[in-house]
Design a protein around this ligand. Sequence first.
Ligand SMILES: [Zn+2]
Length: 212
Amino acid sequence: MSGQLLVQPEDAPAETHLRVRFRFADDQGTELRFVDQRTFGGLAVEDADPSDPESAPLSLGHIARDPLDPRFDDTAFLAALRRRSSGVKRNLLDQTLISGVGNIYADEALWRSKIHYERPADTLTRAQAALLLASAREVMSAALAVGGTSFDSLYVNVNGESGYFSRALDAYGREGQPCNRCATPMRRSAWMNRSSYHCPRCQRLPRQTTGS
Ligand SMILES: [Zn+2]
């Protein structure tokens, strides 16, 4: 919800809300700091599974890997997604299925894939589901390259910089502006206490769709 992880020189003065310092065995003169103005953050220390040191801690076992993780299982994800009858965006935000895809990146991935956010996931063809996953990866990689998408000065990268990806968004926050593909005005809809942005022309909801 809040807080920053910052890479700082070990001798840099402590931030006002510095909560935790992490020092590393391969000491390079820097440390990782957790700074949190609010009190939503938490820290847990857990041993790795000795038989699989790169596995996620057991307490995180219910959270799926994110699609930039080399161990993300594309085949399993695509099969699970195409079994869900709920709307595709809801599934993109379901951390038991895939993590790291928030509201903004979901809208961007759906726009790139020309898929309506409420389309039942089990009506996607295999090719559409694969395109959606590839689009989510593209969006997340592009955002990562410029430090994320930040609308809040408290959200910064490890060097303390805000993300600039918001300048490159094609869907999110663009209500009334022309679609970057077809120039139709983009539409905002209320969705699960949030907003969904889509192009009513490029991202149509099929009246009747059969999966393949
Ligand atoms: Zn369009």
